[in-house]
Design a protein around this ligand. Structure first.
Ligand SMILES: [Zn+2]
Length: 334
């Protein structure tokens, strides 16, 4: 197989470390690193010095978060993508929505993967022994391995013939009175990653072959053309994150055999659905618990949300299913 079409699998033999390029596996020096959150983004939204708490409870700043990356991958693979995203972002939400979904997936995926391998590299250190080591959970490692196969499209020309590996939602939020310009949330076990940049919120599940987006089609049709209030955007995030918990299948990816004259790889997908249950049943109580964590700043509790146990509180839709133009936030009524 041609060299540039060979893919790297760091999960085979758990090859993670400060001297291994995250993308191609080449040996790198300690100086060859790339920030998890792109430098231009940290500068534009002024969060380089903001604190970030990792899984082992240590606190770093965003600019401290770096992963090993060789010069070649940085220059020829990451930088061109950053340039395209920066260009799209300068056109606002319309620009980001017009961006090729595969590029947006890769861009979000690299940040997610960067936070993930920061945890994995820490776990290789015998002095750091987190209580729930990611590297000791076989099911999670299988997911990360599948995810990394498609993320290799950052480096190796790769075609996804009839699918996109994740669900991506780009929302318009009224952020005029938000205290910060940048917010981010991730959840390693469900492969969720969300990012708010001023009035744009991107919510992504990075390993579901767009099954969440498909299941939420009707809700998304209502939401996509509108500008949401922050409390509504938080509820939408809660719905997507909760769907991530309910997702019962893990997509797998298989390379088509490569012929000598091929100039790119073709990845096929396989969904292991022997049980035929794509999503586990929705439970109002667990959904309300998650929603309450997203609504903490509005002081809304799980009990408030479940005042009617059959109909959890919603700031997006009325009980009749109508979109709520001006949500009345509990405790803030005039
Ligand atoms: Zn590399």
């Amino acid at each position: 197989m041609q060299q540039h079409l060979s893919i790297f699998d760091p999960f085979e033999g758990m090859r993670f470390g400060n001297h291994i390029c995250f993308l191609c596996g080449t040996h790198v020096t300690a100086e060859e690193q790339t920030p998890v959150f792109p430098a231009w983004l940290m500068k534009e939204y002024a969060f380089a010095h903001e604190p970030l708490r990792l899984l082992d409870q240590s606190v770093v700043t965003y600019q401290d978060l770096k992963i090993p990356c060789c010069h070649n991958c940085q220059t020829n693979h990451l930088q061109p993508l950053e340039d395209k995203v920066q260009q799209a972002l300068s056109q606002g939400i319309a620009g980001m929505r017009a961006l090729d979904e595969k590029l947006l997936y890769q861009w979000m995926g690299k940040m997610f993967y960067g936070t993930l391998i920061t945890e994995l590299i820490k776990e290789q250190n015998p002095l750091v022994q987190p209580e729930h080591a990611v590297s000791e959970q076989p099911k999670m490692l299988m997911k990360f391995q599948a995810f990394f196969r498609v993320l290799q499209s950052l480096r190796v020309p790769m075609e996804f013939p009839d699918f996109i590996p994740g669900s991506l939602f780009v929302l318009d939020v009224d952020a005029a009175s938000e205290p910060t310009r940048f917010e981010f949330r991730d959840e390693l076990s469900t492969m969720m990653f969300s990012l708010r940049l001023d009035n744009m919120l991107i919510v992504a599940c990075l390993l579901d072959n767009a099954m969440i987006k498909d299941a939420m089609k009707r809700v998304w049709q209502e939401i996509e053309p509108r500008q949401l209030q922050p409390i509504q955007a938080a509820e939408f995030s809660a719905r997507v994150f909760y769907a991530g918990y309910l997702l019962n299948v893990i997509p797998d990816y298989l390379l088509r055999p490569v012929k000598l004259q091929d100039d790119h790889l073709v990845m096929d997908t396989l969904i292991d659905d022997v049980t035929n249950v794509i999503f586990n049943p929705w439970q109002n109580s667990s959904y309300a618990k998650l929603l309450a964590t997203m609504w903490t700043r509005w002081g809304i509790t799980q009990a408030d949300i479940l005042r009617d146990p059959q109909e959890p509180m919603s700031m997006l839709f009325s009980p009749e299913g109508e979109f709520i133009q001006f949500p009345q936030i509990p405790g803030q009524e005039k």
